[in-house]
Design a protein around this ligand. Sequence first.
Ligand code: AMP
Length: 464
Amino acid sequence: MCGIIGVSAVPDAGRVAYLGLYALQHRGQESCGIVTLDQSTRPHVQRGMGLVSEVFNEEVLGTLPGDVAVGHTRYSTSGTTVLANAQPSLVNYRGGLLTLAHNGDLTNAVALRHELVEQGAIFSSSSDSEVIVHLIARSTGPDVEHQIRVALERVEGAYSLIISVGRDIYAAVDGRGFRPLALARLGDGIVVASESCAFDLMGATKLRELTPGEFVRIRNGVIHNLAPLPVKPVSRCVFELVYFSRPDSTIFGESVDRVRRQLGRELAKEHPAPGADVVFSVPDSANAMALGFHEESGIKLEYGLIRNHYVGRTFITPTQALRVAKVRIKFNPVREVIEGKRVVVVDDSLVRGTTSKGLVQMIRGAGAREVHLRLGSPPITGPCYYGIDTPTRAELIAATHSHEEIRDYLGVDTLGYLSLEGMLRAAGTANRFCHACFSGQYPVPVDEASDRSRHLSPLAPSLA
Ligand code: AMP
C-alpha cells in the first residue's frame, strides 16, 4: 500500500508535499520521496528508506524548491524493500521529464514486464510502477495525454496514480476504483492526495474525490477533465474502510470513522457477549468499532490496551520472529481495567493470528477472567492482489484452520467475526466493493504463482 501526493502551482510545493506525506505515513513506512519542479522544470529529488521524519529535515526541504511536487510513501506489496523501489520514479523521455507515484498493484505487471524486457527495456527496480513508466515512454500516442492513456489501457488491476510531465500533473484512478484519490484547493493551486486527512494538514480545502476511471490534468492550478479511462464494474476496496485509511478521512464518499462505528454496531448485533463486564479495542484502527460495539450492546467501554506509538506497525517487520517481539513492545494492558473481568476485545481483522495471540496472552496475564475476541470483518482467507499487503494464503490463519482451531490457538473463550453481509451493510450502499480477501471473489483474475514470485528478488525476478 502507498500514499501519494501531487501539488500544482503552490509556492514551496516541497514543504506542502512533505506535510501531506506526514498525514499519509500510515499508508507506507518503508520508504518515501518527493520530487519538486521549479519554474524551469528542473527536478529536485529526495528519496530514502524510512519514515517521512527520517528522510526529510529542514536542510533537505531547503533543497526542494519549486511550485510543483509529487510525493510518495511506500509499503511494499510488489517488489522488495530496497531504495531502488522508492518512489516517485523519475525519468526523462521524449515527452519531457516524467515523475510517477503509484498506489495499488497491477495484476498483469509480470507479463508486461516480460514483454518489455523481450523488447529490450531495462528495468532498475522491481516495482510495478516502472512498468507503467516504460509503457508511457513507448506509447506512440501523439501527446502526453494519449501516451498515458495508451499505457493505462494496457495495465490491469489497481492504480491510483499521480504523474507529472513537465510542469503538468496528471491524476488517474483505474476503472474499478480500488484505491482512493481526491482533489483539493490550496490558495491558487491544486493538491491531490490518497486521503482527505492529508488536506487538513496541508491547509487545503477538499473539492472532490476522483471517480473510478477518472483522468485529469492539472496545469498551473487549473483542473482539466480528460476523457475517462475504460469503465469497469466498480469495486472499491472495503479493507480501506475496515483497516487501512485513517478515521479522520472521508474516502469513497464515506467517513471512515462512521463506517467503523457501524461495523462495531453490526458486530455487537451478530456476536453479542452477554454478561461481559467491559469492552475495549485493539488501538487504533478498532477504536471506533469498540465504540460502536459499546453503543449497541451497552457494555462499558474502557481503554484496556495502551499502544506505544513510536514502534510502527508490527505487520511491516519482515520476519516472523521480529513480529512476535514487536507485539510486546507495541501494546501494554491496563491491569486496573482487566483484572477479574470478563472482557470483550474488538479488533478490525485477523490476519496471521500472531498479534492477536500475543495480545490475548498479555490480557490473560493482566488477570482477565474471560476473553471474548470480536473482529469487525470476516475471516481473511485470500491474499490481496490489488495493493494491500496481506501474506500468502498459507500464512493466513483463517485460510488454513477451522474456527475452533483458531479459537484454541488464540486462547480466547469465544471468537466472533462480522459476516460479509454485516460488513457490507456497514460500509454503505453507495458503493460496490471488492471483498476478495474475505470472499475469494476476485474482480480481476490473477495468477497466484506468478504474482507472488515478484517478491523474491529486487530486479525482474519473474523473468528467470
Ligand atoms: P494478526 O493477529 O497477526 O492476525 O494481526 C492482526 C492485526 O494486524 C490487526 O490488529 C489488524 O489491525 C492488523 N492488520 C490487518 N491487516 C493489515 C495489513 N495489511 N497491514 C498491517 N496490519 C494489518
